[in-house]
Ligand binder design. Structure first.
Ligand SMILES: Nc1ncnc2c1ncn2[C@@H]1O[C@H](COP(=O)(O)OP(=O)(O)OP(=O)(O)O)[C@@H](O)[C@H]1O
Length: 468
């Protein structure tokens, strides 16, 4: 049943509770405080009304006849990701309520509660909803994409502050934490937005080729250079150049880069003609540049030039409130891309995702969700998540993705070779994942620890969705 008695529709609050007297009390209280109220006695009715009225806030009882308040919260968040939700719970269920908050509820209130406290929390939730989030990067506000935790909000504020300037920016964050996403957001919100954004992954280009990649070459500069070629600096002229994994630059490339930043001109390899370039530089590293300087592999004078402003991007495990927020977006994207209709994550899946360490950060989350959507039928349960601790193995499929399937040693239909390969892959992923965890996402340290070269780590992490 629905009830809407108000003259002021600026803030409409949806209250869902199957207890009539509680519903009536909350309705009166909210109306007297000047809010518009719509009420529902079941989750299904609440979902329908939220679609029709697009409320500014939803207040849900924990126990509803057709689903739990937690399930309703999830469904509401899929349709209206920005909607603040308050859950009402009995004292006995505080633990569950805390996990609801981790999943995106704005607040929870234990019944019975004082009227004043109730209204104060309602006001807090509404103010939170109308906070002016920066609309950076076109369609999607950054907060929408990155999350609402305190840690990421600080990063977003940094992005907003530095974007309109021409400051050089150094981004620091673990592998897969979103450094390129942030670099792009800064570009999009800067006066250079209509000019090119050019990204170079200094970790993926062999040392011998990096100067050529950045600065281009003149004809005859080296054997095989049969024509002149412009580099990435020239390609980014007027716009932004993003140098990822900057600590991988050789000392000779660093010297050249420093010269460019000082003189604002480049010289192609093998050339002596200065070419003026107007480029804003954003760099990124998965270890602090200062550490790279003290270890002797990075020039201090370059560090100063690169970091007029520094932004730290927190790892996912330090902003667990954002995990389900981002996972739900990936679920929507994967449903669309793979033409599936997977509903939501089960409680067990959520629990596993909230407790996992995520050494590969948002990239790993994306890859885990996509794989799960691919193999799930209706809902995503814990056995669809190929998390290293979950005891599942990986198997290649024609889409080139890795599929997690439960397999005991006697699995039928698999050859010995396949079983061994799957086991080895699973083991390798676990070793890499735990090494990444141990070194806080620092790929160079992982390569040193496992005594393989950086490129091998780079390639394998990419294959396992742990890093690029
Ligand atoms: N907030 C986000 N929302 C959606 N996708 C994200 C977000 N952050 C990261 N991603 C996705 O995660 C993946 C890794 O992001 P990105 O390349 O920006 O990370 P990175 O920190 O630059 O990684 P690396 O250190 O390995 O270069 C990309 O597929 C990106 O689209």
């Amino acid at each position: 049943m629905m009830n809407k008695e108000t003259n002021d529709w600026s803030d409409v609050i949806l209250v869902v509770d199957d207890d009539d007297s509680m519903l009536r009390i909350l309705q009166l209280l909210l109306q007297r405080a000047g809010y518009g109220v719509i009420t529902a006695r079941s989750a299904g009715e609440g979902l329908r009304l939220s679609e029709t009225y697009g409320p500014s806030l939803a207040i849900l009882d924990w126990k509803l006849p057709d689903m739990t308040g937690l399930e309703l919260l999830r469904q509401l968040k899929l349709a209206l990701p920005d909607l603040p939700v308050i859950l009402l719970t009995g004292f006995a269920n505080l633990e569950g309520a805390v996990s609801a908050i981790k999943e995106g509820a704005y607040d929870y209130l234990a019944k019975p509660m004082g009227n004043k406290e109730f209204l104060a929390r309602v006001q807090g939730a509404l103010e939170h909803d109308s906070r002016p989030f920066p609309v950076i990067g076109g369609r999607d506000p950054l907060t929408e994409r990155m999350g609402t935790s305190t840690a990421i909000t600080r990063t977003i504020e940094d992005i907003e502050r530095v974007a309109p300037t021409d400051f050089s920016v150094n981004l620091f964050g673990e592998t897969g934490s979103g450094k390129e996403v942030v670099a792009h957001a800064i570009h999009e919100a800067s006066p250079r937005a209509k000019q090119p954004f050019v990204a170079v992954d200094c970790g993926a280009i062999p040392e011998s080729l990096i100067e050529n990649e950045l600065f281009g070459h003149e004809r005859g500069a080296f054997t095989g250079a049969d024509r002149q070629q412009a580099g990435r600096f020239e390609a980014a002229d007027g716009g932004t150049l993003f140098l990822d994994e900057i600590t991988n630059l050789s000392l000779s490339a660093q010297a050249r880069l420093l010269r460019v930043l000082q003189e604002r001109v480049i010289y192609r390899v093998g050339g002596s003609t200065p070419i003026p370039v107007d480029v804003r530089l954003i760099s990124a590293s998965n270890r602090q540049l200062a550490d790279a300087v003290s270890e002797g592999g990075f020039r201090a004078d370059l560090l100063y030039r690169l970091s007029d402003y520094r932004i730290a991007i927190p790892p996912l495990r330090e902003r667990r409130e954002d995990i389900m927020h981002i996972a739900n977006q990936f679920l929507v994207d994967a449903n669309r891309d793979l033409h599936k209709h997977i509903g939501h994550f089960t409680d067990k899946a959520v629990q596993a995702m909230l407790t996992y360490h995520w050494p590969g950060n948002v990239r790993e989350l994306r890859s885990v969700v996509r794989r799960a959507v691919l193999i799930a039928q209706y809902l995503i349960d814990v056995n669809h998540l190929d998390l290293p601790e979950s005891g599942f193995r990986t198997q290649s499929n024609p889409l080139g993705e890795s599929i997690a399937t439960q397999m005991d040693p006697d699995s039928e239909g698999f050859s010995l070779k396949e079983i061994v390969r799957a086991r080895v892959e699973h083991l390798e992923r676990e070793v890499l994942s735990s090494a990444l965890r141990r070194h806080n996402g620092n790929k160079a340290a992982v390569a040193r620890m496992l005594q393989v070269d950086y490129k091998t780590v780079h390639t394998k992490l990419k294959a396992y969705g742990l890093g690029v």
